[in-house]
Ligand binder design. Structure first.
Ligand code: FES
Length: 145
């Protein structure tokens, strides 16, 4: 399987790894089929993502996409982060092999889950902002290691 230099860079030297003790938005998504789990911590102040960290137990593409996705939402507003798509992350990584595209969905969904948690903690229903989270098992059926 051929990975771009960008993917290898983010896989071997992932950005924003760790946890945020006083995070105000935390999202975890997992996939039952491959067993991969991704957790995102957000520290949001005045609608801006001041800090973001992730922990991913998963394949190389899942780690590279989490790393890139966190870089892409850091310093951005909640509204901008809500617009982040997995295809934008894949593009920023200069592509992923087709069987690994679905790993990038995990990164998008983990960020959405953390943003949903941020709304929920404030007593706001996140669904109108975040939408329904995808059924990752369905999305992931084609994901082979
Ligand atoms: Fe499960 Fe990539 S995220 S194989």
């Amino acid at each position: 399987m051929l990975y771009s230099e960008k993917v290898m860079d983010h896989f071997t030297n992932p950005r924003n790894v760790g946890e945020i003790a006083d995070a105000n938005g935390v999202g975890e998504v997992g996939n039952a089929k491959c067993g991969d789990i991704m957790k995102i911590y957000l520290k949001i102040e005045n609608g801006v993502i001041e800090d973001v960290k992730f922990k991913t137990f998963g394949c190389g593409a899942a780690i590279a996409t989490s790393s890139m996705a966190t870089e892409m939402v850091k310093g951005r507003t909640v509204d901008e982060a809500l617009k982040l798509t997995n295809s934008a992350v894949v593009e920023a990584l200069e592509g992923l092999p087709p069987v690994k595209i679905h790993c990038s969905v995990l990164a998008e969904q983990a960020i959405k889950a953390a943003l949903a948690d941020y709304y929920t903690r404030q007593g706001i229903d996140p669904t109108p902002f975040v939408g329904e989270l995808a059924d990752l098992d369905e999305e992931h059926l084609a994901c082979a290691r």
